[in-house]
Design a protein around this ligand. Structure first.
Ligand SMILES: CC(C)C[C@H](CS(C)(=N)=N)C(=O)N[C@H]1Cc2cn(c3ccccc23)CCCCCCNC1=O
Ligand SMILES: [Zn+2]
Length: 166
């Protein structure tokens, strides 16, 4: 893909986000908390902060949907693709959609670890591409991770700092 100097990235120092829909699998406050935790994993490594808005048009829209949901990438039911997110830009740019047909979990119960997937998706929302390192959050396939000590890999930190510096 393009050398990082040409890759799209957020210019502003503050990026706004809004959670517009939730999953039946988790309490809303848990989703709010895990989204904030995923965003903070990235923002603590770079000069960028996120602000949650509950009204109006944010930079990043976050939501859950199943099947066809208004963009060109309908979800595929349980399993398969778990979520997708758009690289920085206007409109759909930065938005992260999670497949409601998955069973979402907070890391304790069975089901897909929402924190791990949200961190991956928000990495895309910041402009990151996939990594070939299985320890990277940006690895293309989901690996059941222990969310207790879930954290970015050194490669993830290098990638986000490189992207924000160029
Ligand atoms: C890394 C994620 C957080 C986000 C990515 C999607 S994205 C756009 N954000 N990079 C994802 O969902 N990858 C699939 C990739 C994938 C694995 N398989 C598939 C079978 C069918 C379709 C896709 C897959 C094999 C069977 C396992 C299916 C469940 C797990 N699914 C995945 O790991
Ligand atoms: Zn991905």
């Amino acid at each position: 893909d393009l050398p990082s100097r040409n890759r799209p990235k957020w210019i502003s120092k503050v990026v706004t986000y809004r959670i517009i829909s939730y999953t039946r699998d988790l309490p809303r406050v848990t989703v709010d908390h895990l989204v904030a935790k995923a965003l903070n994993m990235w923002s603590k490594e770079i000069p960028l902060s996120f602000r949650r808005v509950v009204l109006g048009i944010p930079d990043i829209v976050i939501g859950f949907a199943r099947g066809a949901h208004g963009d060109f990438y309908p979800f595929d039911g349980p399993g398969g693709t778990l979520a997708h997110a758009y690289e920085p830009g206007p409109g759909l740019g930065g938005d992260a959609h999670f497949d409601e047909d998955e069973r979402w979990a907070d890391g304790r119960g069975l089901g897909i670890n929402f924190l791990a997937v949200a961190t991956h998706e928000l990495g895309h929302s910041l402009g990151l591409r996939h990594s070939s390192d299985p320890d990277s959050v940006m690895y293309p396939t989901y690996g059941a991770r222990d969310s207790e000590n879930f954290k970015l890999s050194p490669g993830d930190i290098r990638e986000i700092q490189e992207l924000k510096e160029k």
